[in-house]
Ligand binder design. Structure first.
Ligand code: GLC
Ligand code: CA
Length: 556
């Protein structure tokens, strides 16, 4: 079935880091408005805005203290309305973040909830007595330490899967659910076009709150897929989502491909698509001393294939490499040196030709790479700071080893201010400072430079986005991986009716040769897109000598 959200290319904005308009060094909504033409030129259909709500910023807006107000740092409700209007005027749509597994501890509901055990808001959150002076169970927080915080006022603990300033909401309470649905209608009635749902697979908790089983301590996926999750999502859909033409994408940490259709299956009446975590950078606390090795192509393609088989027809996939929680994709899979641009284009080719809605993270369209953080003080993210306290300050871990690991996996790499030009503050702010240090490469890697160079990564993205719109096979076509075991060449087809699009990508920094002749037959071929100059060759021959990180798209 055709849907606008299957055909859309989505661009994620992390508002704190996109564009400052008032010199305080923090991105804001008016700043985004200034850049809407830029996004339109790129060919974006949908903007996903990371949280714009009132928040004390313990986790940069993922801790919301008022769901119906705009964060003071970002502007006013009038600015939001202006942003939404500006997006719609340009034929684009806006998807906002919905963070309802938890709120901020500064939310009015929590302020009430903690007052007394009899307070009408008590059951908006999850409170439990301790076990002999210890937390109610052995659950851990994603941001280090136990997932329970003792509150002396009522002599009980509250649950927080994230920071202690992010208490988990109690979805088992129908009154809470009604408040959330009302709030969702408030934004949909304003005209927003959908939601990206933060850690949505965590909202239903096993009411027996069992300890982690032996040996699975620290397996944080244990929080996902709780007993009533599908009841809650079904109810949300019935009461709210189904009444609007909106799109939904759930962040589905802990959901395996085999479970995915329960969330996104066509007839389930829950969500349109989810983000899986199979290829995300593992960032459990101990990874800050010992990062996992990066995925090889054979592992990565297995993940793509598995999710396509599981969800590609029954439901719908999302495709992403970068977001505000992962380091830069060029640093992970490409080259940070002389081959940065070709490798960024190669990755873009995959991102925009898989079956699923592609999500581009801000800055990836100019091939940004990881920043360079020299000390723990240069980081902002609560996750890395808490891990430092636990592992280095209290745990005696090696500081140098920690900093080396963090320079690979920390979330702040994605959050450095957007480099718009090579001016003093990269065009991000007119003020004297930025909330997080600029990526030191901004003189070289910035928007002005990328837009003025027709061979840039940016123009490559723009053309690929157009190409995707011109070839329905790239949106709806079947996906077939042609040589699933290779660690070097990623070759696959997208087939719809009689159109076959062939994608051939060299995933490594050395030249490789590949002959697909034994697997695929062509009458002739037409080159649609390439990241190197390629000589015209319409022959049916399917043997290729590929340069480092070379990517080509053919119609055969
Ligand atoms: C999601 C967000 C992440 C945030 C966490 C808690 O994983 O993407 O940025 O820290 O949820 O809200
Ligand atoms: Ca600002």
């Amino acid at each position: 079935m055709k849907n606008w959200w299957k055909e859309a290319v989505v661009y994620q904005i992390y508002p704190r880091s996109f564009q400052d308009s008032n010199g305080d060094g923090i991105g804001d909504l008016r700043g985004i408005i200034r850049r809407l033409d830029y996004l339109q030129q790129l060919g974006i259909d949908v903007i996903w805005l990371s949280p714009h709500y009132q928040s004390p910023n313990d986790d940069n807006g993922y801790d919301i203290s008022d769901y119906e107000a705009v964060m003071t740092d970002f502007g006013t409700m009038a600015d939001f309305d202006g942003l939404l209007a500006g997006i719609h005027e340009r034929g684009m749509k806006l998807v906002i973040d919905l963070v309802v597994n938890h709120s901020s501890d500064e939310h009015r509901w929590f302020q009430e909830s903690r007052k007394s055990r009899e307070n009408p808001f008590r059951d908006f959150y999850i409170w439990k007595p301790g076990r002999d002076g210890n937390p109610p169970n052995n659950w851990l927080s994603f941001f280090s330490g136990p997932a329970w915080e003792y509150d002396a006022a009522t002599d009980e603990y509250y649950l927080h899967l994230f920071s202690r300033k992010q208490p988990d909401l109690n979805w088992d309470n129908p009154a809470l659910r009604q408040e959330i649905y009302r709030m969702m209608r408030f934004w949909l009635d304003k005209g927003v076009d959908g939601f990206r749902m933060d850690v949505i697979a965590f909202i239903s908790k096993d009411q027996s709150f069992p300890d982690y089983p032996e040996g699975r301590f620290g397996d944080l996926t244990i929080y996902a897929n709780g007993p009533r999750i599908h009841e809650f999502l079904g109810e949300m859909n019935q009461e709210v989502l189904s009444k609007y033409d909106c799109m939904t994408v759930g962040e589905a940490f802990g959901v395996a491909a085999e479970q995915a259709n329960l969330y996104v299956g066509r007839d389930r009446g829950e969500l349109n698509m989810i983000f899986h975590f199979d290829h995300a950078v593992p960032r459990e606390e101990e990874r800050f001393l010992d990062p996992a090795p990066e995925f090889r192509l054979s592992e990565l393609r297995k993940i793509f294939d598995k999710w396509d088989k599981a969800v590609g027809r029954e439901g719908w996939n999302s495709v992403y490499f970068g977001n505000h929680d992962n380091p830069r994709m060029v640093s992970r899979f490409g080259d940070e040196g002389p081959l940065r641009e070709v490798s960024a284009k190669m990755l873009a080719t995959i991102l925009l030709t898989q079956r699923g809605t592609p999500y581009i993270f801000q800055g990836d369209e100019i091939g940004m790479k990881n920043s360079d953080f020299r000390s723990i003080d240069e980081y902002n993210d609560i996750q890395v700071r808490n891990a430092w306290k636990a592992l280095v300050e209290r745990g005696g871990g090696d500081a140098g080893q920690f900093l080396a690991a963090a320079n690979r996996i920390a979330r702040d790499h994605a959050r450095t201010p957007m480099p718009w030009d090579d001016g003093p503050m990269a065009g991000f702010t007119d003020g004297p400072a930025t909330w997080l240090k600029l990526n030191p490469d901004f003189g070289e890697i910035n928007v002005r430079k990328a837009v003025s160079d027709p061979e840039s990564v940016w123009h490559y993205y723009r053309k690929l986005i157009q190409l995707r719109k011109q070839h329905p096979a790239l949106i709806y076509g079947d996906y077939t991986d042609l040589n699933p075991v290779s660690d070097e060449v990623f070759a696959y087809t997208r087939t719809l009716d009689r159109e076959i699009v062939l994608v051939v990508v060299n995933f490594v920094g050395q030249p490789v040769e590949i002959d697909l002749g034994g697997i695929l037959v062509a009458a002739q071929k037409t080159l649609l897109m390439a990241n190197y100059p390629v000589a015209a060759d319409a022959s049916p021959e399917l043997a290729f000598a590929l340069r480092p990180f070379e990517a080509r798209v053919y119609r055969i």
